[in-house]
Design a protein around this ligand. Structure first.
Ligand SMILES: [Zn+2]
Length: 110
């Protein structure tokens, strides 16, 4: 599973990923920061146990402003945020899982 297109919509503050199976994921930029997968944000999990809990998140100026997205090899993208945070590496697997989790919790419209 890999993206065929990654498109950032600056006006809507969204990231759209078109996958090779045809699925289109739409991620609010804020969600990507809230769900930053790095150890500093999510804590460190070793052997299924939380080794280092994530610190309480405190709003930082610019934390929800995405500066850049860079490809990491063939398996992930790395996000750089305006507050200087750049350790979040979003693998394709993580983004797909995020897409599913996010859609599951979103309210359904009849
Ligand atoms: Zn992080």
């Amino acid at each position: 599973m890999r993206p065929v297109q990654i498109k950032r919509d600056s006006a809507a503050k969204e990231l759209r990923i078109t996958w090779d199976d045809g699925l289109i994921s739409v991620f609010p930029i804020k969600l990507l920061r809230d769900e930053c997968p790095c150890a500093g944000c999510k804590g460190e999990v070793l052997f299924g146990k939380v080794y280092k809990p994530a610190p309480l998140s405190i709003f930082q100026e610019g934390m929800y402003e995405l500066v850049s997205l860079t490809a990491v090899g063939q398996y992930a993208i790395q996000a750089v945020w305006k507050d200087g945070h750049d350790t979040g590496i979003y693998s394709w697997e993580y983004l797909r899982a995020l897409d599913e989790a996010f859609k599951n919790t979103a309210p359904t419209t009849p």
